[in-house]
Design a protein around this ligand. Structure first.
Ligand code: SF4
Length: 694
């Protein structure tokens, strides 16, 4: 770690990595970060941090940063550095030309959960008001879009129900498809504190994550299910709770739609949903399912925390609804210590969704077909707005290959590395006439770009992030943007060049507009954030200081609604050619595609992605620890170094996707969630073979 003398001043800002949203004090000497110190007053972290966040500033000044705009006519041409005026003018003229030749719907944009709320709001405003369509999507499409859908259907709001601190009142903690000590380390530590105080722990995961057995913490039940069988497991648990009379009937009668409960209870009590009937599919013994269900229903305050192991499946949305069903049936919602808590991977997944970056919703989760909402935004933005949902990311890619989608503005997202079936993504990008990438580095997507607009890091901009507990925290500019502009200014320049000026002077004015137009944000402003430090939405006339716990007296939709969760096995099947299942995840020292953490001191701890394989599967294939192995799926193949471990069960392998050269997403398929198209990253049938050398 390089330190640069004594600090002269400090600025409190928010970590740009995971959905915990830790608050840090950037200690500065002039324009130079001396060190980042976790802020004791941080509402999410209370003075704690992890190794990722502490070194996060390193990438902001990395030599790979691109700070001058560049254009090229063809992706095989060399990049040409140009002025901002020329780059913006060229990008706008290409977008106009393409719309003129191919129609209004031939262009669109993708924003990222790495962007601030204000940046995301402007990207969707650019698309709806300046492009004149709803072709805007976000990387939340490929992570937590099923959370948005599933929680809206059941509880009425697309957000987690608790504060992180609520866990200190939990008696039973159920972790499903999440790895908090690696993916959300500061919250993972808080969870461990509560477990050391005696809370019980149920883990549902195909792999033995650290929490299964670490010093001072042991899971009471590790339901080591087969990848792709979440819905069977949650339905079997529901069967036990209903048939053994463990339902909190008073809560259900008072707070939920009784008809929906009756319909659901008839469904879950059918014999085919009994643990004994589903133990073969799930790979979890009926005895363990029964015991875990009893503990969840009778152990006191029970809270569920889940991650991408729930959402990134063909039944991701169904599983989210199954989780909400379980919480409602046992009365575990609406107070401290309980609830349904999605652990968001990136820092601003929640905010990205809140800000209307899905093609069917305006900010505040209001459908584009709703006349009153559209009239509100038309009046505020001065443009007629489309009432048809636009294209999702997979649609944009498919239509690019078909020839009807021609241009993409992509801010802060590296779809060529992070999205499944890389060959399909790069084919689509190469088929477009104009790809505009706005990012810090020449990432994998930029290989297919015609315009590169250099973005700036979280240390060079003002705005807000919203973490997994709906906490809006300030992002404060601690140094001058090395590229000359904050990201929201670049979007505004592009919009102006398209004939739709966005005359904001500061990011705070964008938040003021968000607050005016979004009921759950009516009380939010930069001034209020200065006073309070952070605010959990809804923050409005009814909740002027925010809302730590949701659904306290009634659900946002009025009565909670139980939804049927029929288990439908994934179409991704193992066979003789592809006999193993690959599942993917993250590691403590890296963040997502690693574009940032690979450019910090973190890279020393984890310089490559490896593939974990069970000793029996390794022996069957003559593979030794550290060997290079080929991993082949129906989508493609890659080569990784093998790590032999009993963390994974026989028949399952596991890898991460932090390094582009490992090509984890070259092999993932484009199967996706039935409701939201979230990719099924967690289940890919593969074969593994030893290769003699790389
Ligand atoms: Fe906190 Fe997550 Fe940043 Fe670590 S990576 S410091 S847990 S926000």
């Amino acid at each position: 770690v390089v330190e640069h003398g004594q600090p002269e001043h400090s600025v409190v800002t928010t970590c740009a990595y995971c959905g915990v949203g830790c608050s840090f004090r950037a200690e500065m000497k002039g324009e130079q970060v001396v060190r980042m110190v976790p802020d004791k007053n941080g509402g999410a972290n209370h003075g704690h941090s992890c190794v990722k966040g502490r070194f996060a500033w390193g990438y902001a000044t990395h030599r790979d940063r691109i700070t001058t705009p560049m254009i090229r006519k063809h992706i095989s041409d060399p990049w040409q550095e140009v002025s901002w005026e020329e780059a913006i003018s060229y990008a706008a003229s290409e977008l106009k030309r393409i719309q003129g030749e191919h129609g209004r719907n031939s262009i669109g944009a993708i924003t990222s959960s790495r962007c601030t709320n204000e940046e995301t709001y402007l990207v969707q405003k650019l698309v709806r008001a300046a492009f004149g369509n709803n072709n805007v999507d976000t990387c939340a499409r490929v992570c937590h879009s099923p959370t948005g859908y599933g929680l809206k259907q059941t509880l009425g709001e697309s957000a987690g129900t608790q504060t992180f601190d609520s866990i200190m009142k939990s008696d039973v903690i159920m972790v499903i498809g999440a790895n908090p000590t690696d993916g959300h380390p500061v919250f993972g530590s808080q969870m461990k504190r509560r477990l050391r105080q005696g809370a019980k722990l149920i883990i549902a995961d195909p792999r033995a994550i650290d929490l299964v057995s670490s010093p001072h913490v042991k899971a009471d039940y590790h339901l080591k299910l087969r990848p792709g069988t979440n819905v069977a497991l949650i339905t079997a648990m529901a069967h036990v709770i209903v048939t053994e009379g463990l339902v909190d009937e008073a809560f259900v009668r008072e707070r939920c739609e009784w008809d929906s409960y009756q319909y659901w209870s008839e469904f879950v009590t059918q014999p085919e949903n009994a643990p004994e009937a589903l133990q073969e599919a799930t790979g979890v013994s009926a005895a363990d399912i029964r015991a875990a269900a009893r503990l969840f229903a009778t152990g006191g305050n029970a809270a569920i925390y889940y991650g991408l192991g729930v959402t990134e499946h063909s039944q991701g949305s169904t599983m989210v609804m199954g989780i909400a069903n379980l919480a409602m049936a046992t009365g575990n919602i609406g107070r401290e210590g309980v609830g349904v808590n999605p652990l968001r991977g990136q820092n601003n997944v929640q905010g990205s969704c809140d800000m209307g970056s899905f093609p069917h919703e305006f900010p505040g989760y209001r459908h584009v077909s709703d006349d009153a909402t559209r009239a509100l935004f038309e009046s505020a933005w001065g443009r007629p707005l489309d009432n048809e949902p636009g294209l999702r990311i997979p649609n944009m890619l498919d239509f690019a290959i078909d020839g009807s989608f021609k241009a993409l503005y992509c801010e802060g997202e590296d779809i060529a590395q992070s999205d499944p079936n890389t060959q399909h993504v790069t084919h689509a990008l190469a088929s477009m006439e104009c790809v505009i990438v706005q990012d810090l580095f020449l990432n994998e997507t930029a290989m297919y770009a015609h315009v590169f607009l250099p973005g700036c890091s979280f240390l060079e901009k003002s705005g807000t992030f919203t973490n997994a507990e709906r906490r809006i925290s300030p992002v404060r500019r601690v140094m001058t943007p090395k590229n000359g502009y904050e990201d929201w200014q670049i979007t505004a320049m592009l919009s102006e060049a398209l004939g739709y000026p966005m005359p904001y002077q500061h990011a705070s004015e964008i938040m003021d507009e968000i607050a005016r137009l979004t009921p759950t944000f009516h009380g939010v402003s930069f001034k209020k954030l200065e006073e309070m430090g952070s605010i959990q939405w809804p923050c409005n006339e009814d909740h002027p200081d925010g809302t730590p716990i949701m659904h306290v007296d009634e659900f946002v939709r009025g009565k909670g609604r139980f939804m049927i969760t029929e288990y439908v096995p994934t179409s991704e099947k193992v066979n003789n050619k592809y006999p193993l299942i690959l599942t993917t995840g993250r590691i403590l020292s890296h963040y997502n595609v690693g574009a940032q953490t690979r450019r910090t001191d973190n890279v020393a701890w984890h310089p490559e992605d490896v593939v974990e394989i069970h000793p029996q599967d390794a022996e069957d294939r003559g593979i030794k620890d550290g060997d290079w192995v080929g991993v082949t799926s129906r989508a493609g193949n890659t080569v990784l170094r093998a790590k032999i471990t009993e963390r994974v069960q026989p028949g399952v392998i596991y890898t991460t996707f932090h390094h582009p050269e490992s090509g984890a997403n070259v092999i993932t398929t484009d199967n996706s969630d039935w409701a939201t198209n979230c990719p099924e990253f967690k289940v890919t049938a593969v074969q593994v073979t030893r290769v003699s050398q790389l």
